[in-house]
Write a protein of this length. Structure first.
Lengths: 639, 309
């Protein structure tokens, strides 16, 4: 047998075949790799394939001859993964490529995604099925913008495990200090992300340090090698084992007596004899039989492709969903989602798309683009459309209801794609956030690192209270009459037996926010804290009335986005400046005139009126308090 | 055909084989649901035999809801055709045959000549013609991503334009388990349920499921000659170079394609266990013996763009 030649320190395939890969009880791990152009990603994959003996002699020979033809000295492991001709010519990776290797313990599927800025869509694609993501960082360069972007996308797609592989340690003298520095930098950033498990490993893909074998050059590192970690990390965490969801894929009807519903148990499990509901009809039945691919069974488990028979004659077809009677998903035609846009034509509100979700396909309309998430800074940016490779929050309305759970709870029933109705091309990938729960709750770009669910859900509290929780935000200059109206409104709601809470500026400024002044940055912090307090009362099921000058639109927007749009009402209270100065209930305008009070909103500092369509305006110069209360109650439309 | 005996191996519930089996079956059902006139491309090779086996499992207790389609180069191993006809009978499916010989006779394609002649390129034309004649909107294939570099980027649902062409730089992103088979009139899809399988997986699955395969996959005595390191069948269809001498060797085939370009390997593996052991120790990819891939570094990519399997 011919052996590839030793070539400038690049190892050759080993001759012995000591590893027996024919194990039948090995499981499978899907992982994705992301890195910038020169982080050595292809080299790392080449190394993994190579050291696990997944490179064959003819591939090796082809590699050697290509290297020679290009006039390069060292066999370039990266050539193994750069499959398409265009990529070999340009020396870059332009599409997701899948690689396979196996050790006696596990079979591995690598989704190799390019790290260029313009290829966010590829990273999202690769991440959508991965159990683990390897983020490569060049030890010399440290945590770059791209590293942060990869981490953010991994958390957005809810990849359960993250490995930060600090590569090229050989070029920083295998320095422990450098490694620690990078860990600290990364952690500072990743605290803001929704990632449970991060492992840091110092490696050299080129030299083979800590890939398969522990490195002698880094005796200070006591952790697992990369391959050892990949072999032992828990798999299957993407699946939700609790909530039984069975999207009907296909109806099997060999004869008059048998009518089976084929599909995959995307989450949970079900047994013969259990009661089920069929969506959208809501009709109920029991499971008569379960046919797995290996024959009849008593139970159908998560991930299995099965055929279910139900006892009653119910009209069930593709796109319907069979669930447990007392554990049903959301069944709605409007929802909020984070969308990764994948097409040159931007996503535009109001344009029709086709949505594909589980086995269901229906027309959809993007009602609203709420904001774009800057994937580098994680800041929210106002926008009317999403461009290629941008990620943003949108509100989607569908022609027929979808049966879904939040993506965070159930990847399979929480994900969808958008398809262009003319070209049929897949243009966007969406992750459903929620219908009615606080948007912040499952947003990785939020400040909350790990969100423990409330012990008692707001929905349950609302049921007991008999009404929805709401936020009514009064904004306007000092003395315009915000608090007067808010107090009258709260009294009215209280009389009706509803749960309410009123927060106003003076209260919080004496206690919670006594450390804040009236500079723009302090005003911003003031409003942020008030928003958080309001949210606590909201989650408690209250109708929360907030009366704050809150002069800056941007600050109010931060609060606005903490709540579902149908639960938040902004009321702008206006008044003619002359009447204001005349009223001056707290003597503030007088102080401002005398110069003892600086930047009083309404006097020498501006108030930015709301521009959002759903805000209402009340001019207290010509509206009585009672009339204002009626107007707001009308708009509230309490349920 | 000699029945090969081997030990039955149980597939564990959370094992990789179970996962890729469930995935392949999900994809096949998706094809039956999303397309009107799908076919399963059948070559007689082990991958397409596994495909038929999976299709049976996917639609049980019903029958396979689509026909098999064989693009016949006319240069076959006899065992393949016998096996094909038995399989069709056993599974109760319908068989559509697209014949390269017929297309040559009709002048649709012109035969290559000389020692390196192959009907591989002609197959593409016949395949596309046959798909068109039968108005096929989706062709299921047994292609795997581990076979070749260009295939590593192939989607499960691979879109083909009205000319049957693949545009590798403009593929639809494929996320989660959502497969987009929407298309315009005249376009079609190639769907590859075995995308995530490796050669080893296929063999292990055949062993575990006790799937019958043609005898030429097992070692046997055969008259062969050596061309650039590959053992080719002593066949009337191949023009020889003067120095090529026929010898008798113990060989088996790792893939079965057109008899003129599929090379045998020297092997004594006569059971599935021995084959699996051999695959585990193999140092050459299975396509390493396919002369058609070796024409240039990007040979496969070029053929795929034109509509090859």
């Amino acid at each position: 047998m011919k052996t590839a030649q030793q070539n400038n320190g690049t190892p050759t395939p080993k001759e012995d075949s000591g590893v027996d890969v024919s194990y039948l009880d090995m499981d499978m791990l899907r992982f994705t790799t992301a890195g910038s152009v020169d982080d050595g990603k292809s080299t790392l994959i080449g190394r993994l394939l190579y050291d696990s003996k997944s490179i064959f002699e003819d591939q090796w020979d082809a590699l050697e001859s290509t290297t020679k033809n290009r006039g390069e000295e060292k066999v370039n492991l990266a050539l193994l993964t750069d499959g398409l001709r265009a990529e070999r010519e340009q020396g870059i990776t332009i599409d997701v490529a899948y690689r396979y290797f196996a050790t006696p313990k596990r079979k591995f599927i690598i989704a190799d995604t390019p790290g260029h800025e313009q290829y966010t869509r590829n990273m999202v694609t690769g991440a959508s099925t991965a159990d683990l993501a390897i983020i490569l960082i060049d030890a010399r360069k440290g945590v770059l913008t791209q590293s942060r972007r990869h981490a953010f996308l991994s958390s957005l797609l809810q990849i359960p495990h993250l490995v930060v592989a600090v590569n090229k340690m050989d070029l920083v003298d295998y320095s422990e200090d450098r490694f620690s520095e990078i860990i600290n930098d990364f952690k500072e950033f990743s605290e803001n992300l929704d990632v449970d498990d991060i492992t840091f490993i110092p490696i050299s893909a080129l030299k083979g340090d800590n890939i398969v074998n522990s490195s002698n050059n880094m005796s200070w590192y006591k952790g697992a090698t990369l391959l050892h970690h990949l072999e032992n990390v828990k798999v299957g965490s993407r699946k939700n084992p609790h909530d039984f969801r069975f999207p009907v894929q296909y109806v099997i009807r060999p004869d008059q007596d048998y009518r089976g519903f084929a599909g995959r148990v995307v989450s949970g499990n079900i047994r013969v004899g259990e009661k089920v509901s069929v969506l959208p009809s809501g009709e109920q039945s029991r499971i008569r039989s379960i046919e797995t691919v290996d024959g009849s069974a008593e139970i159908a488990r998560t991930g299995e492709s099965v055929v279910l028979e139900v006892e009653n004659e119910i009209d069930i077809s593709r796109g319907d969903m069979i669930v447990r009677e007392n554990n049903v998903p959301n069944c709605k035609s409007t929802f909020e989602a984070t969308v990764s846009w994948m097409n040159k034509e931007p996503l535009q509100a109001g344009r029709p798309y086709v949505v594909m979700h589980t086995s269901r396909t229906t027309q959809a309309l993007v009602k609203e683009v709420r904001y774009r998430i800057n994937v580098d800074s994680l800041h929210r940016e106002e926008t009317a459309e999403l461009q290629l490779n941008e990620i943003g929050r949108v509100v989607v309305e569908t022609a027929h209801p979808l049966f879904f759970d939040a993506y965070k709870l159930n990847n399979d029933t929480g994900s969808f794609i958008l398809v262009d109705p003319d070209t049929h091309v897949t243009v966007g990938a969406g992750m459903i956030r929620s219908t009615s729960t606080s948007a912040l709750k499952d947003d990785p770009s939020s400040r909350n690192i790990v969100w423990e669910p409330w012990n008692i859900d707001r929905e349950v509290r609302e049921q007991r209270n008999g009404h929805e929780a709401r936020i009514i935000w009064f904004t306007g200059v000092s003395g315009a009459g915000k608090t007067t109206i808010a107090r009258a409104l709260e009294r009215e709601l209280w009389e009706r037996g509803l749960r309410t809470m009123l927060l106003d500026g003076d209260q919080v400024r004496h206690g919670l926010n006594s450390d804040l002044g009236f500079e723009p940055s302090d005003r911003k912090e003031n409003i942020r804290r008030v928003g958080e307090v309001a949210r606590l009362f909201y989650e408690h099921g209250n109708i929360v009335l907030c009366s704050f000058v809150s002069p800056y639109r941007e600050d109010r927007r931060v609060v606005r986005e903490m709540f579902p749009s149908d639960r938040y009402l902004e009321v702008c209270v206006l008044c003619d400046p002359e009447i204001l100065q005349e009223r001056d209930p707290k003597g503030l305008y007088l102080k401002a005139k005398q110069g003892t009070l600086k930047s009083l909103t309404g006097f020498d500092a501006g108030h930015e009126a709301p521009t959002e369509n759903d805000a209402i305006f009340i001019d207290t110069g010509n509206t009585e308090v009672e009339q204002a209360v009626v107007t707001i109650l009308d708009k509230l439309n309490l349920k | 055909m000699e029945e090969k005996k081997h030990q039955r191996i149980e597939i564990q519930r959370n094992s990789h084989l179970k996962m890729i089996e469930e995935e392949a079956i999900f994809v096949m059902r998706e094809v039956a649901a999303q397309f009107e006139r799908p076919v399963l491309l059948f070559s007689g090779g082990k991958d397409s035999i596994v495909m038929v086996h999976l299709a049976q499992k996917a639609f049980r207790p019903g029958n396979i809801p689509f026909p098999l389609m064989h693009i016949d180069t006319g240069h076959n191993f006899e065992e393949t055709i016998t096996f094909r006809d038995e399989l069709v009978k056993r599974t109760g499916t319908r068989l559509i045959v697209g014949s390269v010989q017929v297309s040559i006779d009709k002048g649709r394609v012109r035969e290559e000549v000389g020692p390196e002649a192959s009907r591989n390129a002609l197959q593409t034309v016949v395949l596309l013609d046959t798909l068109k004649v039968h108005n096929v909107d989706c062709a299921l294939g047994g292609g795997r991503r581990d076979e070749e570099k260009a295939r590593a980027k192939e989607r499960f649902f691979s879109h083909r334009d009205i000319f049957g062409q693949w545009d590798p730089k403009n593929q639809r992103p494929e996320l989660w388990g959502i497969f987009n088979g929407r298309k315009n009139q005249g376009e079609h899809f190639r769907v590859f349920p075995l995308s995530n399988w490796t050669e080893m997986d296929v063999w292990q699955y055949i062993a575990a499921e006790q799937i019958p395969i043609p005898s030429i996959y097992y070692s046997h005595r055969r008259r062969v000659f050596n061309r650039r390191g590959t053992w080719l069948n002593d066949s009337e269809f191949i023009t020889r170079y003067p120095d090529e001498v026929t010898e008798e060797k113990i060989v088996r085939f790792r893939t079965i394609g057109d008899a003129t370009c599929t090379g045998a390997v020297l092997s004594h593996a006569s059971t599935l266990e021995e084959i699996i052991a051999e695959v585990a120790a193999a140092r050459v990819t299975e396509r390493g013996n396919r002369h058609d891939d070796k024409r240039s570094e990007a040979a496969m990519e070029d053929r795929k763009k034109l509509g090859y399997f």
